[in-house]
Design a binder for this molecule. Structure first.
Ligand code: CU
Length: 304
């Protein structure tokens, strides 16, 4: 993927520079929106000279999933809580039973589901030492810097990736195709469109070499049953507005995939706009677990 120093990336770099002075940090300090994050809490030193014997990380509800990496010599405890919409979520992870001398550092690995929206995610950490503890739980209020804090929480900056394509003022973002097993008759593709121009536009049609046919669909509840329909008139894109093709709502349906859609694969999708013209984007194939932002259920059974 093409990368450049967006304003968000520069902001993140500043944040990273300041976070590097904190004593428990998340590494890497940035994550791309819409992907799961694999990283570690880095313990740089003990508590005022005393060796570290455990850490407890407290995950905010913005973290949609969390899985610690096994760590030889350490015991890991995962604490659950009831999250948004009554779903079970991981509220805290505790590592104990090991020892990190004050003059050494160590990493505590995690895989986290992060929000799809760009911005910092602060994760408080309590560091327990042979003598005493340190609570890294300060979160800067908007507009203030981490520098001003004595005991800053760990932070990862979620960065919006650059658009997949820009045509006539329309940005194509956050595109992906849900992996589908070999036998699946159809698969779904998602993306977000932002119309930065002053003229309303419309996504008229889609096509792909990866499937026999591609259609714009919508999905809605009808008497307790989820139903899908082709969007006969395409998808409206108001001037200055967004249109999302996302799990549980509007989507691109790929009928008759030419080859199995496996995670790590790519799908070319051509979008035709009424005014802006046509543009081809390459979308990654991902499993539903790696869709970021929690996603929604999307079943293709019961289509009519
Ligand atoms: Cu559909």
């Amino acid at each position: 993927m093409r990368r450049f120093a967006s304003r968000a990336a520069v902001g993140a770099a500043l944040l990273v520079a300041s976070a590097a002075q904190a004593h428990i940090t998340l590494t890497p300090a940035t994550a791309e929106a819409g992907h799961s994050f694999a990283g570690a809490f880095r313990v740089g030193h003990g508590c005022a000279g005393s060796a570290t014997k455990g850490i407890r990380v407290v995950l905010p509800p913005a973290v949609t999933s969390a899985r610690p990496q096994a760590k030889p010599g350490w015991t890991i405890k995962v604490e659950h809580a009831v999250g948004p919409e009554g779903k079970d979520r991981v509220a805290a992870i505790v590592w104990s039973g090991g020892l990190v001398p004050d003059d050494e550092y160590d990493d505590f690995g995690v895989m986290l589901g992060l929000p799809a929206k760009a911005g910092p995610v602060f994760i408080p950490v309590v560091q327990t030492c042979e003598a005493g503890e340190s609570r890294w739980d300060e979160i800067p209020s908007p507009g203030t810097s981490l520098h001003s804090l004595k005991r800053p929480a760990a932070v990862v900056e979620v960065i919006a990736p650059p658009p997949l394509a820009v045509i006539g003022g329309i940005e194509v973002r956050e595109g992906w195709v849900r992996a589908a097993p070999n036998s699946a008759p159809a698969a779904a593709a998602y993306l977000v469109l932002h119309n930065g121009s002053k003229q309303a536009d419309r996504l008229v049609s889609v096509s792909t070499p990866a499937a026999a046919r591609a259609e714009l669909h919508n999905m809605r509840m009808d008497g307790g049953v989820m139903r899908m329909r082709a969007l006969e008139h395409g998808l409206d894109l108001p001037a200055g507005g967004d249109a999302a093709l996302a799990p549980g709502g509007n989507h691109v349906m790929l009928f008759g995939p030419a080859a199995p859609l496996e995670p790590g694969g790519k799908v070319e999708l051509t979008l035709v706009f009424e005014h802006a013209g046509r543009v081809t984007v390459t979308l990654p194939v991902r499993s539903a677990d790696d869709s970021g932002g929690g996603g929604g259920e999307h079943h293709h059974g019961g289509m009519r």
